[in-house]
Each structure stands twice: as C-alpha cells, then as structure tokens.
Design a protein around this ligand. Structure first.
Ligand code: FNR
Length: 385
C-alpha cells in the first residue's frame, strides 16, 4: 500500500509518519521515533503546544503574507530549518544528501549531524548556501578542533555545538531491539522481512553498519564502516566537555556559532557572555533527559534573560505550522524540525522531505493569514491569549 502512495497524498506530518513507519523495519524506526526512558518527554513536548492559544485579529489585509526570515545575515524562505539527526542512512541510503537538496531547494537551512552518515565536505558542497554543521565534542578534543577546521574550510554556513549529550541516554526501545549491537534478536530480523522495499534499498547499497564518514580520518582501525563505528563508540560522547570547550570552539570558528540543547536561562546568558551567536532551546526531541521541560516551556524565560543579545532558536516536538507561529510569537527566531522531515524522507526520499517542508510552509501561511498577521516582523506575544 505504501508504495502506491505519492508524497502529495500526505496532507499532514502525521500522514508521513504513518507511511514511513510502514516502510521501515521496527528496529530502525524505533530509533528515530523513540525517546528516553518512559517517553514522558515526548508526550510533554506535544502537550505543551496545546497550552497556547493564538488570538486572531480579523479585517486585516492578508492577501500577501511574508514568512521570510533573516538570520545571521542571510534571508531564508521560511522561519524553520532541518535539525541535525544522526545515522540517517538507516532510513534510506543517501539520506543526508536528500535532506540537504530538499532544504536548499526550499531555501531553508539544513544542519548536518556530526554523527551523520555523509561526509561533511560533500554536504557543504551539495548545499553551499544552506548547510550548517553540528559538532559533538570528542573525548580527544584535537578531533573536534579538526572537524571545526574542516567545516570552515568546506564552507559550512554555521556551527552548532550540541551540549545536551554528556552521556548516552537510556532509550529502552533500542535496548530491547538490540539496536547498535552486532547481532540482533531473531524476532528483529523476522520483523524486518515485512519491509521488503526498505530491505531492497539497504542491500542494494551493500548493507552493513552505518558509515560515519566524517569520522573516518580518526579511526585507528582503518576506514571501514565497522572500524569507524567502533572508533566513534570509543571517542564519543565526551562527559568532560565544559564551558571551556565552548570558549575554545568559539575562538576557532569564524562564522555564526550556536549552542544546541540549552534549557536553563542562566546557560543562555553565559553563552551570550562568551560571544555565542545563538542558542537552540531544545530537549533533544525528548531523547536525552526524560524529566526535562519542554523547550517551549523555557522559551519565554530565556527570551527575558538574554533579550536581543543572541539569536534564539528552538526545536522539539514541532509538528504543525501553528506550532512554529506560536514559538515565533514567544520570541524564537527560527524553529528546527527533526522527525517530521525524516518521516517524509523515509516515506518518499527527497520528494517526501520536500513534501514535509511544503506542508509546514503552507500551514505557517494559513496560520498567519488566519490570525491577521501579514509578516513575521509584526508577530509577537500580543497574538497569544
Ligand atoms: C536527533 N537529534 C540530534 N541532535 C544533535 O545535535 N545531533 C544528532 O546527531 C542528533 N541525532 C538525532 C537523531 C534522531 C533520530 C532524532 C529524532 C533526533 C535531535 C534533533 O536535532 C532535534 O533536537 C530533535 O529531533 C527535535 O525534536 P523533533 O522535531 O524530532 O520532535
């Protein structure tokens, strides 16, 4: 049934989610869909949007609405971008390139994960105006510094340093599925047999473990996917990274520098004091600390704490254009999307990623027209009850 459907048949993000889920073996899909521990954070991220009411003003001329957004000196077509997500080849071989192409075509930013299954240089070249690089600190900081230099040399447009993974979290779906282990339980293999289109793609591209290409130079055991996977397992995460690393990385990176995973207003203030250009308020899509607040809950306090001293970006749980409009009204400049666009890509490849972006773009436009707000420039808390 899934294969007979077209991207245009999906009328919202949830449709793409359902189609993606049918196509993808459970062991892979659980990794993308799941959260930490009891997954209360996932529910909290979703519920938080329902606490807000947009209060419409009518009899305003909204025949034209402008959702363009200028950030770090560049104007994008919409107030959202694609968040960094790792191991994308498990959804489709060549996934990162599909996402980068879809983002560039829509003129929105694409953040390549530091644990992406593509080489940062290749993605920078594929989307020279739109690619940003997300950095995870390695235990050996010389590696992180090398990645920063490479990202700068390759022309990545911004660096996003993710701070909310001091330790691997407890993702219980993955533990049960044996995700990431060399041998999986028999039932996991049997379940995968029910997803022939995915299996065909996977084996057509050689099968095997995900290839963290960007890390290949740092693998002592050679450049095979398996050796690099093992190297990354030894080098990451870095439980000892601190604000001193923020200072060091900031100095090394010539362009816009963003800290991703900030929830405490005082951390946002400290970032501003250290010359950071933006914070991405996030609970990592509820994949790290299950008891963390929703990002949206912390947004107003962070806005008050830092004022205009740095850009405020946000992600975690955004599924509708109205969610994006609410975050903009509360003071975020740009929203990032993790799973929604992955679902589109998993369902239909590049065209599905483009469909997810189009759905959200249209929903933003309808919402702005519905509330009587012709431009994001005039959107503010006065549109919220
Ligand atoms: C992520 N996220 C993430 N963040 C990051 O900085 N580096 C990474 O490699 C990853 N990897 C990753 C994989 C998968 C499968 C998901 C779903 C998420 C977090 C991501 O950037 C973002 O914060 C969340 O995805 C936002 O929440 P939503 O939009 O998925 O609800």
């Amino acid at each position: 049934r899934g294969s007979a459907m077209k991207p245009a048949d999906a009328i919202n993000i949830e449709d793409l989610h359902r189609i993606a889920k049918r196509r993808t073996p459970k062991v892979a899909f659980d990794y993308f869909e799941g959260g930490a521990e009891d997954e209360h954070g996932l529910a909290r991220n979703e519920a938080e949007f329902r606490r807000h009411r947009l209060l419409p003003r009518y009899l305003v001329d909204v025949s034209q609405v402008d959702q363009r957004t200028t950030l770090f000196g560049r104007t994008y077509a919409s107030p959202f971008g694609l968040a960094p997500t790792g191991v994308n080849s498990l959804l489709r071989p060549g996934a990162e390139r599909m996402l980068a192409d879809a983002a560039a075509a829509a003129n929105i930013p694409y953040v390549l994960s530091g644990l992406g299954t593509a080489r940062l240089e290749d993605i920078a070249q594929a989307a020279p105006q739109h690619a940003w690089f997300q950095l995870y600190a390695a235990k050996d900081r010389a590696i992180s510094e090398d990645q920063i230099r490479r990202a700068a040399d390759a022309g990545m447009n911004a660096l996003m340093y993710t701070v909310d993974v001091p330790v691997l979290s407890k993702r219980e779906r993955d533990l049960r599925n044996g995700f990431g282990r060399p041998r999986l339980p028999l039932r996991v293999y049997l379940e995968a047999l029910r997803h022939p289109a995915w299996l065909f793609d996977y084996f057509r591209h050689g099968g095997g473990p995900p290839f963290f290409e960007t890390w290949a130079p740092y693998s002592k055991g050679g450049g095979s996917a398996q050796a690099v996977l093992q190297a990354v397992g030894e080098l990451w995460p870095a439980p000892d990274h601190t604000w001193r690393d923020v200072e060091r990385f900031r100095r090394l990176w010539p362009g816009p520098f963003i800290l991703k995973g900030i929830l405490h207003p005082e951390d946002a203030v400290r970032a501003a004091e250290l010359g950071v250009d933006g914070v991405l308020v996030s609970n990592h899509g509820a994949r790290q600390l299950d008891a963390a607040p929703a990002a949206l809950e912390m947004l107003p306090a962070i806005r008050v704490a830092v004022g205009d001293r740095l850009a405020i970006l946000i992600d975690s749980g955004f599924r509708r254009g109205s969610h994006i409009v609410i975050a903009r009204a509360l003071g975020a400049q740009m929203v990032f999307l993790g799973r929604p666009v992955l679902y589109g890509m998993a369902a239909f490849g590049r065209a599905g990623a483009a469909r997810a972006i189009e759905i959200l773009r249209q929903e933003v436009e309808i919402t702005l027209k519905q509330i009587g707000c012709p431009s994001l420039e005039v959107l503010g808390p006065h549109f919220l009850l």
